[in-house]
Design a protein around this ligand. Structure first.
Ligand SMILES: O[C@H]1[C@H](O)[C@@H](O)[C@H](O)[C@@H](O)[C@H]1O
Length: 637
């Protein structure tokens, strides 16, 4: 069989230049059209999809795809739950187990660190065992981890439990988007993969509600907080017992018969010949092109388009974390305290409101992704995120500039560094000191900067604010925050930040990564980019308080604003639009120079039509299909 394809502008010049690779990309378009509107419009009119036709496609999308997306996205829920629940659990744990700062940090960051390691190794596991087994593996690890955490007799076992759930999170975070992308029809892929991100933020929100509810249970409340994740983990495990493997992985492993069966099961008996052929052709072609031997990562790096895709994928994940989302998610209670919320319980519930905002606006992302596309959504999101971060920074700057002065210098403080600070702002930035003051509703008075109690940051080491939050003379102990009248600027900044981040920069890095690599590079590409996400997650969240100490809070948020501007330039130059394309076509977007991707948005003006000819037709036949923008000639022999 030989294929020759020519596009309108170079019909004559390049008639013979088209390779099988390009043919397979055209076959990709063909497959997509076949999925979109069945065999009837193979020689068909318009390339622009009307909203009505999109609705028709959605209406005819088999429900089974949604079932698959739901059970897979439970992995996202667990990712969100286990990363989100720990802040509330820590409030109880540190009292019950008498944890010092090091142990608290260990228990929080061990999970994220373990997730980074397992995400990186998940690429190998995915290629070897398949997506389904990896999801089963992740859900069993989550169940075991939840069990260990809920029964832990001491902090060492707790640490083991936290590392265990981290291993589950890492595998789930890279496998689930890939699986969903591989089973979805192209016109729904963005939305379904974004649902996984919705489940992540949903998990974080439920975790914060559970934290709030069990924070009243001083003894063992943390066991319920940490252990409840067993429920969705077990549900996912049993669900996946009955759900199929990704047809693309099966085809890659040469299990063609099974792949065809699964594909028609997922497409509920629709004709899957086109889609099946497309995937198979491109796998064969990709294998030739990828050049066989050697570790996949080396093959990715030595092959131009996949190397560029990897840079884009990892860059997106890096900028997602550098925009500071997890300083907001993990420290929202602290940030809210900074904004003037004093009560612990109130701060926990307000933190729940923060994750609710993140969740609700991710929903907006699910709604927008197939309407405006990945690129515009990410750009808009970064722009808004940057402006909100600047607003947050200005809020902190105003608070700092109007920070109450230290007016009392207790004799006891002679041999502590705290006595050196002249204002609350400077005092608050030193982790060893806190601000003890009184106020009459409008003015702060009788204020001093004194050392914090080493056993608990809830009170001062000595003096009016020791061993109680409010003294008999109604002195108030402020650790890590200052009384300020600019709370509203910070609160506004926080809410706007989440409203802009959640629909775009939250989900898009995961969605885009699930679709930009060819099949042979998909597991490894996603493993690397998820690994980058987790590594930068650890870096940013572990350094936040130190960065704030060196640069002050407003300095830290101006820094994140600067990083978001860099992210914006990166996305502007390098992120192509992948909306609506068959997975097999997307590699083509990365054939140009790296930072020209922004120009190559294919939607709307690069549609190629095709003709299907059966193989037993006459020796040489020519077909031509015209559209406004392109013409394809196909020769079949
Ligand atoms: O996409 C998710 C989401 O936005 C979460 O809120 C955040 O905690 C994760 O780090 C991120 O990867």
């Amino acid at each position: 069989m030989a294929f020759k394809v020519v596009q309108q502008h170079d019909i004559i010049r390049n008639y013979n230049d088209y390779s099988l690779k390009q043919m397979s990309n055209l076959m990709g378009s063909r497959g997509q059209k076949a999925v979109d509107d069945g065999e009837r419009s193979l020689i068909g009119p318009p390339s622009e999809e009307s909203p009505e036709s999109l609705l028709d496609q959605k209406a005819s999308t088999p429900i089974f795809v949604y079932v698959l997306a739901f059970f897979s996205a439970l992995g996202g829920f667990l990712f969100g739950y286990d990363t989100g629940v720990v802040s509330g659990a820590m409030l109880l744990l540190k009292k019950e187990m008498n944890l010092n700062a090091l142990w608290q940090e260990l228990l929080v960051s061990s999970t994220v660190g373990a997730a980074a390691l397992s995400a990186l190794s998940g690429g190998f596991l995915n290629g070897w065992l398949g997506r389904r087994i990896c999801i089963l593996l992740a859900s069993s690890i989550f169940s075991v981890g939840g069990l260990i955490l809920s029964l832990a007799p001491d902090k060492v076992v707790l640490l083991v439990g936290r590392i265990t759930v981290g291993l589950g999170i890492g595998i789930a975070s890279m496998t689930v988007p890939v699986y969903i992308a591989e089973v979805s029809p192209p016109q729904l892929r963005g939305q379904l993969v974004t649902i996984n991100s919705l489940f992540i933020t949903g998990g974080q929100f439920i975790a914060s509600v559970v934290d709030g509810a069990f924070s009243y249970m001083i003894h063992d409340g943390w066991r319920y907080m940490l252990g409840l994740s067993i429920v969705p983990a077990v549900l996912q495990f049993f669900g996946f017992f009955f759900l199929p493997e990704s047809p693309r992985w099966l085809l890659q492993k040469g299990r063609n018969q099974e792949a065809r069966q699964v594909l028609s099961q997922i497409r509920a008996g629709q004709n899957v010949d086109e889609e099946y052929d497309t995937i198979r052709t491109s796998i064969e072609e990709e294998e030739k092109e990828a050049g066989g031997g050697g570790p996949v990562i080396f093959r990715i790096l030595s092959h131009g388009p996949t190397r560029k895709a990897l840079v884009v994928g990892c860059g997106l994940q890096m900028f997602q974390q550098l925009s500071g989302i997890n300083t907001v998610m993990y420290y929202s209670a602290t940030i809210l305290q900074m904004a003037g919320v004093r009560d612990d319980k109130q701060a926990i519930w307000l933190a729940a409101a923060t994750s609710a905002t993140n969740f609700v606006f991710t929903l907006v992302g699910v709604w927008l992704v197939e309407r405006v596309g990945r690129r515009k959504l990410t750009l808009g999101s970064l722009l808004g995120t940057g402006l909100s971060l600047a607003l947050l920074a200005v809020g902190f700057l105003l608070s700092a500039q109007n920070s109450p002065p230290v007016t009392l210098h207790p004799v006891n403080s002679q041999n502590s560094t705290c006595k050196l600070y002249g204002s609350c702002e400077l005092c608050m930035l030193d982790p060893d000191c806190g601000f003890c003051y009184r106020d009459n509703g409008t003015t702060v008075f009788d204020s001093s900067c004194v050392p914090v109690d080493q056993a608990s940051t809830d009170h001062a080491a000595w003096g009016r604010c020791s061993n109680r939050t409010e003294g008999p003379d109604s002195s108030i102990w402020a650790y890590n925050y200052c009384p300020t009248s600019y709370s509203w600027t910070v609160l506004m900044g926080l809410i706007l930040y989440l409203a802009f981040f959640a629909p775009g920069m939250g989900p898009m890095p995961w969605t885009v990564n699930s679709e930009i690599y060819p099949l042979w590079a998909r597991s490894t590409g996603n493993a690397c980019s998820a690994g980058v996400n987790w590594i930068f997650n650890v870096l940013v969240s572990l350094t936040f308080l130190h960065v704030a100490e060196f640069l002050t809070y407003y300095g830290a948020f101006f820094l994140y604003t600067g990083l978001v501007v860099l992210g914006l330039l990166f996305v502007l130059g390098c992120l192509p639009e992948t909306q609506g394309l068959q997975l097999e076509e997307i590699e083509n977007l990365f054939t140009g120079p790296l930072c020209s991707c922004g120009d190559s948005s294919p939607t709307g003006h690069r549609h190629v039509h095709y003709i299907r000819q059966s193989l037993d037709s006459s020796p040489a036949q020519y077909g031509a299909v015209g559209s406004d923008s392109a013409i394809a000639y196909i020769t079949l022999r």
